[in-house]
Design a protein around this ligand. Structure first.
Ligand code: ADP
Ligand code: G6P
Length: 483
């Protein structure tokens, strides 16, 4: 029987070891949380990195890790400290990530890191080949594995290979600055179907294929080495029912069942008449626009002093890629800004910003989503942004307002949110005021549309549509070959 294999750099589970004991927690990030719902049906094998360094594992620990991941229908690719430095922190997160998010000033082009990227993609290919036969379906994810489709296609020409990019594909003018642009595009073209979150990313990719590889494209099809490759946009959804039902269950909790976090949130809301809460949740990443957001909130408190003592901003940032210098600088800048704003505006009974720098379990995310009146999501550039969708899914009574950056892929499908330019503080401050004062009827009207759409295009629908399109592309290929 043909199998379906998912491949991504990071597995959906994160393993930590202390005193020879394994602790397993879910991975954070849109790719892992989104695809997990697809994988949980139990019919797929997921190949990826466990989050551990090869040098930290002796034979016994390696066996334990392999067993633990196998129980979750996963297989682990092992990465050395060098791989992590050059492939993960290096080419993936100091070259591709900043370039594809238009942070050209943060982008490093280093040959050692490129060589490592090629080597690690080869490592992933070997693992995939070990677990697959020629007729299998292989679904590869994201920017860390751009060379993998070609490496597999060469050895499994009859496998159906899909590739999905979870981050933006930049415009040709930006992509062309990449020294290894041809190799990267050819690597991606090993796939039969290439998927992007939005039509704009798709068209940027096609434009690079035409102008860099000089290939002809016909609408969204590319003829390449005797194959027809399809390119399409598939905006990723969330597991709507999971978030919505969790919020319903949360609403039924009695006092004893509430978490400590929920009790603290309640205390703020109940202690001050007219108290409101604004929420933001992201990995601590410079693409997410956290300093901008903090400065805009500071300006909001300056411009509209009537909200002081009433509005609290809950900022949840999860540690991410902390070996990369720009992430360390961002941490410092965020700490300083939070300190400055709290120092400037706090009173005996009120602190404007509650700042959490950690990962949180699912139950606490639900506490936050359901307790906050406004979600303020202001990325400078973001492939999709699932947090925006999760917030709306938990608003069971249809109250709550999403203030969302136009630069997030999610903005394309969430027109009823209040859309802002993340660099325009005046607009953000005015929009925050509008959101905090919006009549509940208008909130409900906006959220009804958003929720309907999110429920209809949930993550399983997204995955189903992608796999259906992949099958159709392969059929098209067989028809062309047999002609
Ligand atoms: P990205 O993929 O760039 O990290 P997304 O917004 O698309 O951004 O996805 C982030 C995912 O990670 C969401 O599913 C969100 O629920 C989860 N997440 C973000 N922050 C935390 C946190 N502090 N604790 C637990 N999960 C988090
Ligand atoms: C984004 C990327 C994913 C990545 C995740 C977390 O969602 O698209 O590929 O896994 O961030 O980042 P990390 O570097 O911790 O895997």
């Amino acid at each position: 029987m043909n199998k379906t294999i998912i491949v991504s750099n990071r597995l959906p589970l994160q393993i930590d070891i202390s005193n020879d004991k394994l602790r397993i927690t879910p991975s954070v990030g849109g790719l892992a949380t989104g695809m997990k719902s697809v994988h949980e049906e139990g019919k797929t094998l997921w190949i990826g990195w466990s989050g551990l360094k090869e040098e930290d594992l002796d034979d016994t620990l390696t066996r334990k890790v392999d067993q633990a991941v196998a129980q979750e229908h996963c297989a682990a690719v092992s990465l050395t400290g060098k791989d992590l430095d050059n492939f993960y922190y290096g080419f993936s997160n100091r070259t591709l990530w900043p370039l594809f998010h238009y942070f050209m000033e943060y982008t490093y082009f280093e040959n050692i890191q490129w060589e490592s990227y090629k080597r690690v993609n080869r490592k992933f290919a070997d693992m995939v080949l070990k677990h697959t036969d020629d007729g299998d379906t292989i679904w590869i994810h994201d920017y860390q594995l751009l060379l993998l489709p070609e490496l597999i296609k060469r050895e499994r020409p009859n496998a159906s290979i899909g590739f999905f990019l979870h981050i933006p594909f930049p415009s040709y003018e930006v992509f062309r600055t990449m020294p290894w642009r041809e190799e990267l595009l050819r690597g991606m073209l090993g796939a039969d179907l290439l998927g992007f979150h939005t039509y704009d990313y798709e068209r940027h990719f096609l434009s690079s294929v035409r102008r860099i590889l000089r290939l002809d494209t016909h609408f969204n099809e590319i003829s390449y080495e005797g194959r027809t490759i399809r390119v399409d946009s598939f905006p990723m959804g969330i597991d709507y029912r999971k978030f919505h039902n969790a919020a319903i269950a949360h609403g039924r909790q009695n006092e004893a069942q509430k978490s400590d976090l929920q009790k603290r949130l309640d205390t703020h809301l109940l202690s001050t008449p007219g108290a409101k809460m604004i929420l933001s949740i992201d990995r601590l990443d410079y693409t997410k626009g956290i300093p901008n957001r903090l400065r805009a909130f500071e300006y909001f408190l300056e411009k509209y002093p009537q909200f002081r003592e009433k509005v609290r901003f809950v900022l949840l940032a999860v540690p991410s890629r902390s070996n990369v210098p720009q992430y360390q600088l961002l941490k410092k800048e965020t700490d300083e800004l939070v300190g400055r704003i709290n120092g400037r505006f706090s009173s005996v009974s009120w602190t404007p910003i509650w700042y959490f720098y950690r990962s949180m379990p699912f139950e606490n995310l639900i506490d936050l989503y359901t307790s906050c009146d406004v979600a303020l999501i202001t990325p400078i550039r973001d492939g999709m942004n699932l947090v925006a969708k999760e917030y709306i899914a938990t608003r069971v009574d249809q109250s709550g307002i999403l203030v969302l950056s136009e630069m997030a892929g999610a903005a394309k499908e969430m027109n009823e949110a209040l859309l802002i330019n993340p660099n325009n503080f005046e607009q953000i401050a005015d929009t925050l005021k509008r959101a905090l004062e919006m009549p509940v009827e208008e909130q409900a009207e906006r959220n009804a549309f958003l929720q309907q759409r999110l429920e209809r295009y949930s993550v399983d629908k997204w995955a189903g549509e992608f796999l259906k399109a992949l099958r159709a592309t392969r059929k098209l290929h067989h028809v062309m070959v047999s002609r």
